[in-house]
Design a protein around this ligand. Structure first.
Ligand code: SAM
Length: 279
């Protein structure tokens, strides 16, 4: 089915909406993109959906149709009159900074089997939002988000590429990450300076075996402390003999850089470090 590309432009013009750059306000005006995101998300009536930044409601109105519960967090209260006109039936809109919100508390009153996050994110806080989604322990099954292209590349980066960093490993530990769509700048108003991608994070049923997550994440963070430096330089104070022994098993040594190591080797090192060290 073909849809007319412009959908909410008129609404926003009518309301004389003043776009706020500081909130990353670039709204989607192409219905085909919205439909692709909805189709690829596979939402059903058992799924509770969290949206961060409904804006003028382009995505929210469609989420409202396919899910029985949508919780949308919007920082900009001036969008309230526009969102109220959308006549949303299954959506609760909370006008607050998502980063400051106790989301677990908000979820308590709902019954659901799966929890998805579907959003066109405000790009200035993409990483803090993703980190919050993980650290709040919401047990999210799937995250489908539009992000800046370069950031999307970093999320799904593989070892030995310049995009690979500690965040890639962190995300890779919890989720399988894949790109769903390339999105041109031309489908937004106002038009942003960067291209976008829609990425999907699906919860891993079988995570890499890590005995102590605290030690594992600290090791990863320390290993990437100075990206161009070798492990030997970044991991001063660690049991380097033990680390070298493990690296040797993989035909590597301490002159390797963190960017060359897959998650499994980090896990193996972390699992062999003495728990009481490096605290
Ligand atoms: N979903 C809409 C769309 O696709 O057309 C708007 C997306 S726009 C890229 C990002 C939205 O996030 C804006 O509406 C902005 O006001 C909102 N926003 C920015 N910072 C936020 C925050 N900290 N908490 C909640 N919403 C935020």
């Amino acid at each position: 089915m073909k849809h007319s590309p412009k959908i909410i432009n008129n609404e926003l013009n009518k309301d004389n909406f003043n776009f706020k750059k500081k909130f990353g306000q670039n709204f989607i005006v192409d219905k085909n993109i919205i439909h692709s995101i909805i189709n690829k998300s596979n939402i059903d009536k058992d799924t509770l959906v969290i949206e961060i930044g409904p804006g003028a409601g382009a995505l929210t109105t469609e989420l409202d149709k396919v899910s029985s519960h949508v919780i949308a967090y919007e920082i900009d209260e001036t969008l309230k009159p526009i969102l109220e006109k959308q006549n949303l039936k299954n959506t609760e809109i909370i006008y607050q900074d998502f980063l400051k919100r106790n989301v677990k508390e908000d979820l308590k009153k709902y019954n659901y089997k799966k929890i998805y996050v579907v959003a066109n994110l405000p790009y200035y806080i993409t990483t803090p939002i993703i980190m919050k989604l993980i650290q709040d322990n919401l047990n999210i099954d799937k995250i489908v988000v539009m992000v800046q292209k370069e950031v999307g590349d970093r999320f799904k980066a593989k070892p030995n590429t310049k995009e690979y960093n500690s965040l890639s490993i962190y995300l890779n530990y919890y989720f399988t990450v894949e790109k769903l769509l390339d999105v041109s700048k031309n489908v937004f108003i106002p038009k942003p300076n960067v291209d976008s991608v829609v990425v999907c994070f699906t919860k891993k049923e079988h995570k890499t075996k890590v005995d102590n997550e605290e030690i594992f994440f600290k090791l990863v963070k320390d290993s990437f402390k100075q990206k161009r430096k070798t492990l030997k330089n970044n991991l001063k104070g660690y049991d380097l003999d033990k680390i070298e022994e493990i690296l040797n098993k993989h035909n590597l040594n301490l002159t390797v850089r963190a960017e060359a190591l897959p998650i499994e080797i980090f896990a193996e090192i972390a699992n062999n470090l003495n728990v009481n060290q490096n605290k």
